[in-house]
Design a binder for this molecule. Structure first.
Ligand code: FAD
Length: 454
């Protein structure tokens, strides 16, 4: 049977929705509505004089939720362009005015460096906390309260705050344990079941095992943006006439009775009506709140309006020379909010992916919550690294205003309630309301389409 699917948002969520729709519903007709003039959403890679600058996500983490994403990489042949990360021994946290190492590889050297930087007391407390995590089962969705109970206030303040603040730009006391730590949204991930459904070619497995062995993340030859671009081209070439992307088109409201999405085209300045059997909404929270309210779904609009969003500023900074101190052997560093710095964290791209930059060059990505002058960032960087930072060759700044849904305690339950209300209306809420991480996002796209199929 042929179904009409309309998808709002041609970022990675929308494109992977389209991919799995064709997997489960081969006769489906798909229309993607995208307000901007390109596909890819937050994923933006630019080659600036031989520097691969990732303005959005800088790499894809390896982990246990990869299968649906691997299926896409297999079919699009993008695995032939894998660039694995060179795993660094440490990450660092900035605490009490200096960078302290946290081992990413566990061996005698990294553990003794940890003790040197943080003291043997912290080591013993962390070992004890590990046992606590297995034994204690605190009943709270507040991540900070949970960590206070299993780690104790001291370790939570020093380590957990640094890590989660760096990732979510938010204190652990404002975050949901279910979404940010124990990953309630990934409960449906059953590797063996998915393996049967999404088989991989031998060639893919061989190249993946060879190239990604020992890496903890990867990119592609021309950057992460190859993923949405290549997926879009694959869908166009494989399903011509059944897959269409309408750029410069903004979803405004839904007519429930007639199952129509009302779209405004920026070029033609006129409204279009699109019939759907199923509608999938991958827009960010503030857009969803607008669309729901315009469609007389005020209660749902209000829930979305109540969800806070965080903003971020990213800077890609390029130097023609090595600028990191010799002893810095880290993926990057994160800053504890108690340290009251503008910088939220730094990722040392050219250490993890040296082949994507000119020889002896440095590329760092610096994140901050609000924007300031470049020199404020460079001064802080000099202070954190303990070296005088030379004038960079180029700085590329990008502002991500209200781009990140804040996963507050109770968020998962709110989303489940909204989904069950929309269920009878054939409207599906996008994966980006549950996670930021690319492999999880692709798995959730797959799992939502599979639920429709079943
Ligand atoms: C700075 C930064 C660093 C990151 N780092 C990592 C990382 O290292 N690893 C990782 O796994 N993930 C990372 N992420 C997260 C990851 O990039 C995102 O989770 C993912 O790209 C989101 O994809 P999406 O399709 O859900 O949303 P988006 O990419 O935001 O796509 C949504 C699309 O919907 C369109 N849209 C919105 N409203 C409407 C409307 N009303 N009508 C029509 N179209 C609309 C938008 O224009 C957009 O194209 C990072 C993100 C950022 C910004």
């Amino acid at each position: 049977m042929s179904h009409k699917f309309v998808i709002v948002g041609a970022g990675l969520s929308g494109l992977s929705n389209a991919y799995f729709i064709k997997h489960f519903f081969p006769k489906a007709q798909i229309t993607l509505i995208e307000q901007s003039n390109r596909v890819g959403g937050m994923i933006v890679s630019n080659n600036r004089n031989g520097f691969i600058c990732e303005e959005g996500p800088r790499s894809i983490r390896m982990g246990k939720y990869n299968r649906p994403l691997y299926h896409i990489l297999n079919k699009t042949k993008l695995y032939k362009e894998f660039v694995p990360s060179i795993q660094q021994p440490y990450s660092y946290i900035y605490w009490n005015g200096k960078l302290n190492s946290v081992p990413l590889q566990m061996n005698l050297g990294t553990l003794s460096q940890f003790i040197k930087d943080n003291g043997s007391g912290d080591m013993l407390k962390l070992i004890k906390a590990g046992a606590n995590m297995m034994l204690l089962k605190p009943n709270t969705d507040n991540l900070g309260e949970y960590l206070d109970q299993v780690l104790g206030k001291e370790l939570t303040e020093k380590y957990a705050e640094s890590v989660f603040y760096g990732i979510y730009g938010e204190s652990v006391y404002n975050l949901s344990k279910g979404l940010c730590y124990s990953k309630s949204h990934m409960r449906g991930y059953k590797e063996q079941e998915i393996q049967k459904e999404l088989s991989l070619d031998k060639d893919f497995e061989q190249i993946r095992d060879e190239k990604l062995k020992g890496a903890n993340s990867y990119r592609f030859k021309d950057g992460v943006e190859s993923l949405p671009k290549r997926l879009h081209t694959y869908l166009q070439e494989t399903y011509s006439g059944e897959y269409e992307v309408r750029l410069n088109s903004k979803a405004k409201r839904i007519e429930m009775k007639t199952k129509e999405l009302i779209v405004e085209n920026r070029d033609q300045q006129e409204e279009q009506r699109l019939n759907y059997d199923y509608l999938i909404l991958n827009a960010p929270t503030h857009q969803l709140s607008q669309i729901m309210t315009n469609s007389n779904l005020n209660k749902i609009g209000d829930v979305f309006r109540g969800i806070k969003c965080n903003s971020l500023v990213t800077r890609n900074i390029c130097w023609d020379q090595k600028i990191l101190p010799q002893k810095f052997k880290g993926f990057g560093y994160l800053i504890n909010p108690k340290q009251e710095q503008v910088i939220l964290g730094m990722v040392a791209d050219s250490l993890s992916f040296p082949s994507q930059y000119p020889e002896n060059a440095t590329n760092l990505s610096i994140m901050s919550i609000y924007d300031v002058n470049d020199h404020v960032i460079l001064n802080e960087l000099s202070k954190h690294l303990g070296v005088q930072i030379p004038e960079p060759k180029e700085i590329i700044t990008k502002s991500w205003s209200k781009a990140f849904t804040r996963f507050s305690p109770g968020h998962y339950e709110d989303m489940l309630n909204i989904e069950s209300e929309l269920n009878g209306k054939n409207i599906i809420i996008g994966a980006n309301n549950y996670t930021l991480a690319i492999p999880e996002l692709v798995f959730l796209s797959y799992s939502k389409i599979k639920q429709l199929y079943l």
